[in-house]
Design a protein around this ligand. Structure first.
Ligand SMILES: O=C(O)c1ccccc1NCC(=O)[C@H](O)[C@H](O)COP(=O)(O)O
Length: 264
């Protein structure tokens, strides 16, 4: 059956086919201009945190089915996160576009539609449900697809987080002018998480003048400090925030490394 990424993409193709058949598209729910995460990140004086709403995952199964999107997103916002990521994939992550819409309407920071996008109709769907930025995963796309979906997202006023896992993928995304590059520490084929992936690739991406988000596997401030030292401008954290009984506490502890570094 192939890797988990192959399986996800296989399901996604079925979903897109249905979507095109039933034409579920609705009018954009909001007329307000997109919130720019890139601008915030360029102006940020401390590590930026993207907090993810993630009920379940292929690697962990159910992470936390009890948290409600609205409550969790409000807690994230009150804890000072800079953006919220919403997994909209249903079969593997138990997410939905409804989650995205609810969260986008409730908070004033940029919202990332975290999905496995292979067709422009998914970008329309993300936009119409309130996304400010979308994810494009280099490993899931040919160069042509990656570049055309990027152009399409930009034409819709959306920002793009381009995700890479190794130097070859990094080289591919650096051929675009996209500023926001995510380094996923989780191998999407084996699920192994290794923060040294950020340490290896971030300096290369930073030298190219781009902004780096280190994604996956961060448990505490030690991990955040490690990826910051490698050059990350921000982190994307899901499981740790979804499981922790005190979200505000764990988020503020992750902001500490920078304060400590400033004191030195
Ligand atoms: O999380 C997974 O198991 C997974 C498996 C296959 C493809 C993608 C997957 N996760 C998507 C993500 O990138 C993470 O949800 C995100 O970076 C947060 O990771 P974490 O903090 O480790 O929950």
């Amino acid at each position: 059956m192939g890797t988990i990424l192959d399986q996800i993409i296989h399901e996604k193709r079925k979903f897109i086919k249905q979507l095109k058949e039933i034409n579920l598209m609705k009018e954009p729910m909001t007329l307000k201009p997109n919130r720019s995460f890139i601008k915030d990140l360029q102006e940020a004086k401390e590590i930026s945190i993207i907090a993810e709403f993630k009920r379940a995952s292929p690697s962990k199964g159910i992470i936390n089915a009890n948290r409600k999107p609205l409550e969790q997103a409000k807690k994230y916002r009150q804890s000072g996160v800079d953006a919220v990521s919403v997994l909209t994939d249903e079969p593997f992550f138990q997410g939905s576009y409804q989650d995205l819409a609810v969260i986008s309407q409730a908070i004033d920071v940029p919202v990332l539609c975290k999905d496995f996008i292979i067709d422009s109709i998914q970008i329309d769907l993300a936009k119409s449900n309130g996304a400010d930025l979308i994810l494009l995963i280099a490993a899931a796309l040919t160069d042509d697809k990656l570049y055309s979906l990027y152009e399409y997202a930009k034409s819709k006023g959306l920002e793009v987080l381009m995700e890479v896992h190794n130097e070859v993928e990094a080289e591919r995304v650096l051929k675009t002018d996209n500023l926001l590059i995510g380094i996923n520490n989780r191998n999407l084929k084996t699920f192994a998480v290794d923060l040294s992936i950020t340490e290896t690739i971030a300096p290369y991406i930073r030298r190219a003048g781009r902004l780096v988000i280190s994604e996956s596997g961060m448990k505490d401030e030690v991990d955040v400090e490690r990826v910051m030292k490698a050059g990350a401008n921000g982190v994307l954290v899901g499981e740790t925030f979804m499981k922790h009984p005190n979200v505000a506490e764990v988020i503020s502890s992750m902001k500490l490394p920078l304060l400590e570094m400033r004191k030195r």
